[in-house]
Design a protein around this ligand. Structure first.
Ligand SMILES: [Ca+2]
Length: 368
């Protein structure tokens, strides 16, 4: 068990304004980093965090045995040309894997003393991708590409199965580091029991062997089958913004704009097309990956997997998602629940029943 855990945090703009102006007093120690970690004997976990646009390094870790996985570390060192993504020294017992480390001002990772770097994607940093200066370092299955300095600069240590040529990312300029078919990273890694999944939770390996980098190509969400053809059908949602929604459920519409229906369905008997979110939205809306249906008078909810463009934190689709199922009982109305969250600019509003949204529920739609 770790002594501390940082999970799913968004850590950004420490010591720097939105437009990149440094406000950091660098005379102070430790300075303006995303995470500064200095502890002689502690164990720590940093997982699922986005650490970006900080004045100094995204993470500084001195001493301590860390597990650092599934993080995005980008655009750090904004106010300091000497700083980059990560400085990690005296890392005996630390394992860093499935991290995306990109577009930092200087080095991607500057490490020493026993760090283990597995299946990270390190791209487009201003300095070296990985610079490590001690014999205990282990570097395997990393994509390290298009960095300003040397991609991998080790003095001593063990390195194998890393890729420093073009990995054929889906869209790296937009931060999409999924592999595409034909990538030389596919099935080119070594099996690492320390890394059982990829950065989105897809089990490794897919195909014949581990891939290199943070993404495992294959049945990952990036290539999840969207049911095709989607039945178009006709809108069979019964609840409109003037409907009275039963107690214990959120409304299916956007409480900030009731003309927008966030939870609705189309019917093509015997099929139901379940929709959640708003594909045309300019807001930041997240849709939970599962919805549920039940016949009127039924005794339990049946889960229906929804599909969207790419899964975030293993649970959310951005903007909208949809799924297909059978109408559970054609002689009765069907109830459908889904769950959406909308970012207002200052907070998340999730599963709202009214504009105050003081409590969250599943959003209910009636289908007939
Ligand atoms: Ca594979």
């Amino acid at each position: 068990m770790e002594d501390y855990q940082f999970i799913n945090l968004n850590i950004h703009h420490n010591g720097v304004t939105e437009n990149g102006q440094s406000t950091c007093n660098r005379g102070q120690n430790p300075g303006c980093y995303g995470i500064y970690n200095r502890n002689d004997h502690f164990k720590g976990l940093i997982e699922g965090c986005e650490i970006h646009d900080n004045d100094g390094y995204g993470i500084v870790s001195i001493d301590g045995a860390l597990t650092v996985r599934n993080n995005k570390i980008f655009n750090n060192g904004r106010g300091n040309p000497n700083h980059g993504g990560v400085q990690a020294i005296y890392q005996e017992g630390s394992v860093w894997y499935n991290n995306l480390i990109y577009n930092n001002n200087n080095m991607g990772i500057w490490a020493s003393n026993g760090i283990e770097l597995y299946n990270n994607t390190i791209y487009g940093n201003g300095g070296a991708g990985i610079q490590a200066t001690d014999g205990g370092t282990v570097v395997r299955n990393n994509i390290v590409y298009r960095n300003g300095g040397e991609d991998i600069n080790l003095s001593g240590g063990n390195a194998s199965n890393n890729l420093t040529s073009d990995p054929l990312f889906a869209n790296p300029s937009q931060g999409d580091f999924h592999l595409t078919s034909g990538s030389p990273a596919i099935d080119a890694g070594i099996s690492l029991p320390e890394v059982p999944t990829d950065f989105e939770g897809t089990p490794r390996p897919q195909g014949s062997a581990y891939d290199i980098g943070a993404d495992e190509y294959g049945s990952g969400v990036s290539s999840s089958p969207t049911p095709t053809p989607l039945p178009s059908g006709t809108n069979c949602s019964q609840y409109t913004s003037s409907s009275q929604i039963p107690q214990g459920f959120a409304v299916p519409w956007d409480v900030q704009n009731p003309s927008i229906m966030l939870v609705s369905a189309n019917c093509t008997p015997p099929m139901l097309l379940l929709k959640a979110g708003d594909p045309n939205t300019t807001k930041t809306i997240y849709v939970y990956k599962d919805g549920y249906v039940a016949p009127s008078g039924g005794s339990s909810w049946t889960p229906v997997q929804l599909f969207g463009s790419s899964l975030i934190s293993g649970a959310w689709y951005k903007s909208s998602a949809q799924g297909v199922t059978n109408i559970p009982d054609p002689t009765k109305a069907t109830y459908y629940v889904a769950y959406t969250c909308t970012w207002t600019g200052s907070k998340w509003m999730c599963g709202c029943r009214d504009a105050a949204c003081s409590q969250s529920y599943w959003q209910l739609q009636k289908i007939q």
